[in-house]
Design a protein around this ligand. Structure first.
Ligand code: APR
Ligand code: ZN
Length: 240
């Protein structure tokens, strides 16, 4: 066992209220692409301004809808990995709050209750005009569907660049972080705010931060220890 893993396991053994804060790397080994990994990250082949911004939606809602519907279909095809399952298993031992930047439902499908989807969900489409929430299956509709209630435009249920995070999701995340005696950060570059502020808040209180990531990130400087490897390999070893 590496010294880092032994250290992380002893930090976890002391914890009673953990926040597991996850990013795209959490789902990478399930076959869901990340955003910023070189070559394979979605932002290396797609333009976030066109596909993940209010202006992009206004300019071409059909293109944006089709991209998110395709991502939702991909998530439906894949399954949670051993890392997702380890997070769910940890909640049987101590209090665990999952705060995720991810818009997939893999934590839920592995059995976790997700405290907060900071950036929304692929499976929560809603009417951009009247706000009516649509069923998860509507996320895969083609062509782009219209609202049955008001005839308005149905949009993906995700947070785009430049948009505010859902107030309730942010408030639940802040409460979970304020109450935690440990944070496990999995698979995030830690460059998108305000979500990226959360590990710093835990470290600032002197609580330990365990990072799981095969590369250094903007979170690494706040981490007590970084487990250098993938979520599906490192989380089972940490939580076993
Ligand atoms: N296990 C753990 N971490 C991994 C793995 C893996 N198997 N594979 C890659 N990683 C790490 C990468 O090293 C990188 O640090 O996952 C991170 C992925 O970073 P990003 O692609 O930037 O994803 P994320 O940090 O979640 O992005 C934050 O940006 O585009 C917006 O809204 C989007 O929620 C997203 C936000
Ligand atoms: Zn409507």
């Amino acid at each position: 066992m590496s010294t880092e893993l032994a250290q992380a396991r002893s930090l976890l053994a002391e914890a009673t209220r953990a926040v597991v804060f996850t990013g795209a790397g959490m789902s990478a080994e399930s076959g869901v692409p990340t955003f910023r990994d070189a070559l394979t990250g979605m932002w290396s082949t797609h333009d976030p301004a066109t596909l993940a911004s209010p202006d992009g939606w206004a300019a071409d809602p059909d293109l944006v809808w089709a991209w998110y519907a395709d991502r939702a279909a991909n998530v439906r095809e894949v399954t949670p990995n051993a890392g997702h399952r380890a997070v769910a298993a940890l909640a049987e031992r101590i209090e665990v709050q999952v705060v995720t930047q991810n818009v997939d439902d893999l934590h839920e499908r592995a059995g976790s209750d997700v405290t907060s989807h900071l950036h929304g969900s692929l499976f929560a489409p809603r009417c951009a005009d009247c706000g009516r929430r649509e069923s998860p299956d509507v996320a895969l509709a083609a062509p782009r569907p219209r609202c049955e209630l008001c005839g308005g435009s149905i949009r993906p249920g995700v947070v785009w660049f430049g948009e505010m995070l859902p107030a309730d999701a942010w408030s639940r995340a802040e409460t979970a972080v304020a109450d935690a005696d440990l944070m496990i950060v999995v698979g995030t570059t830690g460059v998108v705010y305000p979500a990226a502020e959360l590990p710093e808040r835990v470290a600032a209180r002197g609580a330990p931060v365990i990072e799981v990531n095969p590369a250094e990130s903007a979170v690494t400087r706040f981490a007590t220890v970084r487990l250098d490897g993938g979520a599906a390999q490192m989380l089972p070893a940490l939580i076993a």
